[in-house]
Design a protein around this ligand. Structure first.
Ligand code: PSU
Ligand code: MN
Length: 311
């Protein structure tokens, strides 16, 4: 249930409000990937394409952002353009929502910011590229994405291609276990590696269909574990993944460059993603786009399956 204070702070598009009122399937989409994760103008094309994929699958897309101090769920065309092209647009994790609202700021929401707003609005399914997680430099800088802590306390199903491979993937999986965030491989026994089909690490549970994912969500509701998220880890298609050898080589260079240039905090993830895109001559970008598209398709099917069952 959404309370009155949320409705005041949060503005819905008419289409999303109507869908939520009817109990129709809605898929939340994040905006940080558009503003900070992808180069212009591909970012805007992708934003439109993802919304079209959700509609084609029979659900309503709800891209989330903060504009002029209002949290927004469902963006119009001109608003998506602002997210994609406005210089200096902020990157808003969940802790940044309140100051952005209070100070009339605009920003793109990360997984943590998006999942928080979506769940409070009653949206249960969310699609992104790769989750944030534990950075490889954790021992010295304690950089762990706020995505993990937020997912531990938020009822939402996130379809992603695993966690970004720029991270310490084993440590991130361990943190997800510690935080009791459910992880299910979608038609795989191996946790995906974002740009790559596999991270090489096993995943304990596997679902074969959107119906099976929806069954797990209903079981979460029944057994009282829906207060934390379910991560549905969906690998990029084999013919769309980045060449693993190229990935490993350029990633090592990217991590070196970030260290040399002293990149820290919120800037780390966009820096590494942009470095990979540039130094793989766009190949990592294509794999990233393919992964996000695949996740949006699966998320849409899951939202439809979850909304259609009445048992
Ligand atoms: N997935 C992508 N590209 C991205 C992200 C996810 O394919 O840019 C974003 C998400 O918004 C995620 C954020 O929440 O990266 C993680 O940033 P940080 O490591 O600073 O928490
Ligand atoms: Mn971080």
């Amino acid at each position: 249930m959404t309370n009155d204070a949320t409705h005041e702070a949060v503005e819905f598009s008419a289409e999303v409000r109507d869908a939520l009122e009817r109990g129709a399937p809605v898929v939340a989409l994040e905006s940080t990937i558009i503003a900070h994760g992808l180069p212009r103008p591909r970012n805007l094309a992708l934003a439109h394409e993802l919304e079209a994929l959700v509609r084609a699958g029979g659900a309503v897309p709800a891209t989330v952002a903060v504009l002029d101090g209002r949290a927004r769920i469902g963006l119009a065309k001109a608003e998506l353009e602002r997210i994609a092209f406005q210089d200096g647009i902020r990157k808003l994790g969940v802790r940044d929502l309140a100051p952005a609202l209070a100070f009339g700021e605009s920003g793109a929401t990360t997984v943590s910011g998006t999942a928080h707003l979506a769940a409070r609005a009653g949206i249960r399914v969310f699609a992104t590229g790769g989750l944030g997680g534990v950075h490889r430099e954790w021992v010295t800088d304690q950089d762990e994405s706020a995505d993990l802590g937020l997912l531990a306390r938020t009822p939402i199903t996130v379809v992603c291609a695993g966690v970004k491979s720029i991270l310490d993937v084993p440590a991130t999986l361990q943190r997800l276990e510690t935080l009791s965030v459910g992880v299910i491989g979608y038609r795989t026994d191996l946790f995906p590696g974002f740009y790559l089909r596999s991270s090489g690490l096993p995943v304990d549970w596997r679902a074969e269909s959107p119906d099976q994912v929806a069954a797990v969500m209903r079981a979460q509701d029944a057994v009282g574990t829906a207060s934390s998220a379910l991560v549905v880890a969906n690998p990029v298609a084999a013919d769309e993944q980045l060449d693993p050898a190229l990935h490993d080589r350029v990633l090592a260079e990217a991590l070196d460059a970030a260290r040399r240039e002293g990149v820290t905090g919120q800037a780390v993830t966009p820096f590494l993603l942009a470095y990979l895109a540039e130094h793989t001559h766009g190949a990592s970008l294509e794999a990233n786009l393919a992964a996000v598209r695949g996740n949006v398709r699966v998320a849409t099917a899951v939202a439809v399956a979850y909304a259609s069952d009445t048992s």
